[in-house]
Ligand binder design. Structure first.
Ligand SMILES: [Zn+2]
Length: 514
């Protein structure tokens, strides 16, 4: 009896030591120490987001950012390179100044959309609301009215307060009423567009052909002070996004017959056809150099803000993890490769091109870790639909100390990513690629593709956490004596022909005729 007890207690002690050992792996400890004591996240974020700015595909800034990252890696002693995979229409954003000059004077908060044609000099004109016509024939009759005018093509929002603000302060009755109003008006505006016989894209071109001075929209992101800024469809006249407050002002004044006049100065530069590329950096493996563990985050952004959380933060996490790994784990068993992808925002083009161009890497992939949903701590990981992901990912995650691991919720086998971000390009060809899912931090309303996606929204403590988690996962994946498995799990709903996402070809030339 006593002997058995003793054995049992020895066994328990051994278990205790084992878990203690996992905690005290000297490389894991060194990763954490380096991340906490010598973080380069703030410096790098300032240099990239503030010093260079947004990284629109085809822009000079995207190229500058790539040069900066390569130089940064060289400073860390990590060989880095740019790999061209195609071309895109080149365009550099200039100033956007929009002022209301009648019936009173106010500078408006406005931004030209990406790839908007330049005005050369300031253009003045009255505003006109897109007419609510009976059908496309009536619209053709109305079209000449837009000549020389700025056309307001967006629905005016019934409220500039986000729902959470209404929920906090409104009576139930007025909350219900405002939601109902918005629903009805949104539906009515959708019909107003469709009755023209055009969609948003072709409508802009039709207005341009009819002699409009410019297109004025407002893509509210349902928070205070946030609009989403995407790209323009026009070829000669500017397309401008005006923030909710100022757009509402222009709309109401136009509607009430006060005939506002605005002055628009939107400058930009066409650069012709320029290269699109991925930026890569690599720490060569020692015993298994032909097997790869990849870090992944798209490098490009939309350009209403500076792309700080989409995807500056993912970029920073991967660069910082690479720096730490090079310092504390310079001789990995497998090769560590980071992909900073181009043109994710136009359809995962950089990562899709890499998958097409590098079968030798993709087929020897131990694992890829991608991050692309904002600044938050990593709280979700899934097995991407791989049957045995739990075995190996589980082993690697187990090496992360509790304070960094405890908030990570895992789902196995999980579902294969369909196309939300770059890991999907790899999953589509059956490579073990995983998403490091971040805590929300009001990402979708407040920073994702908005004018407010800027440095000040970065949560550096969470980034530091993520660099630690990523570096430990990469370290464990490099050291694992076993190869990961890419055996696919039977997907739920497979009996209903639910299938693995298919590979999609990279767009190798874009932006010219949209
Ligand atoms: Zn993104």
């Amino acid at each position: 009896m006593r002997f058995k007890l003793l054995l049992a207690s020895l066994f328990i002690t051994a278990l205790g030591n084992l878990s203690l050992q996992a905690q005290q792996d000297p490389t894991v400890a060194a990763i954490i120490k380096e991340a906490n004591e010598n973080s380069q996240l703030k410096r790098m974020s300032h240099e990239l987001m503030d010093g260079i700015g947004p990284r629109l595909v085809g822009s000079t800034k995207m190229l500058q950012a790539s040069d900066w990252a390569i130089a940064q890696y060289q400073q860390y002693g990590i060989p880095a390179r740019r790999e061209n995979y195609g071309t895109w229409r080149g365009w550099d954003r200039g100033i956007t100044h929009v002022d209301m000059i009648s019936p009173w004077t106010k500078s408006l908060e406005a931004t030209q959309l990406a790839f908007s044609p330049s005005t050369k000099k300031a253009v003045k004109g009255e505003t006109i609301i897109l007419a609510d016509v009976q059908d496309s024939a009536a619209f053709q009759q109305w079209l000449p009215n837009v000549k020389g005018k700025f056309v307001l093509v967006a629905m005016p929002q019934p409220t500039g307060r986000p729902d959470y603000n209404w929920k906090e302060f409104a009576t139930k009755a007025s909350m219900d009423k405002i939601q109902q109003e918005r629903k009805e008006q949104t539906e009515a505006w959708r019909k107003r567009i469709s009755k023209t016989g055009y969609n948003n894209r072709t409508l802009a071109i039709a207005l341009e052909k009819a002699g409009a001075a410019g297109i004025i929209g407002s893509n509210w992101s349902q928070g205070f002070g946030v609009n989403k800024i995407f790209d323009s469809y026009t070829k000669k006249i500017p397309t401008i996004d005006v923030m909710l407050e100022d757009y509402g002002l222009l709309y109401r004044l136009t509607e009430s017959g006060r005939a506002p006049v605005i002055s628009v100065n939107a400058q930009s530069r066409e650069l012709g056809e320029v290269a699109t590329f991925n930026t890569l950096a690599e720490i060569k493996g020692t015993t298994k150099p032909d097997e790869y563990v990849m870090l992944s985050a798209h490098f490009d952004s939309w350009d209403g803000g500076t792309g700080a959380t989409d995807n500056g933060t993912g970029t920073m996490v991967m660069m910082e993890a690479m720096r730490i790994l090079k310092k504390v784990y310079p001789n990995p068993k497998r090769t560590i490769l980071v992909g900073h992808w181009g043109s994710e925002e136009q359809g995962l083009n950089g990562s899709r091109a890499f998958v097409e161009d590098h079968p030798e890497i993709v087929s020897n992939l131990q694992a890829l870790f991608n991050q692309d949903n904002g600044t938050g701590r990593i709280v979700n990981m899934s097995g991407s639909g791989y049957a045995k992901a739990k075995d190996y990912l589980g082993r690697w995650i187990a090496a992360i100390p509790g304070e960094y691991k405890d908030s990570i919720k895992t789902t196995f086998p999980g579902m294969p990513g369909g196309g939300g971000s770059d890991h999907a390009s790899f999953v589509a060809v059956g490579a073990p690629a995983f998403s490091l899912g971040a805590l929300n931090w009001s990402y979708f309303n407040y920073t994702w593709h908005t004018n407010r996606d800027t440095y000040d929204k970065i949560v550096f403590d969470d980034l530091r956490n993520n660099a630690i988690v990523t570096a430990i996962l990469v370290y464990m994946a490099c050291e694992d004596p076993e190869r990961s498995s890419n055996e696919k799990a039977v997907l739920p709903g497979a009996q209903n022909n639910r299938s693995w996402p298919a590979q999609v070809k990279a767009k190798r030339r874009g932006g010219f005729d949209q």
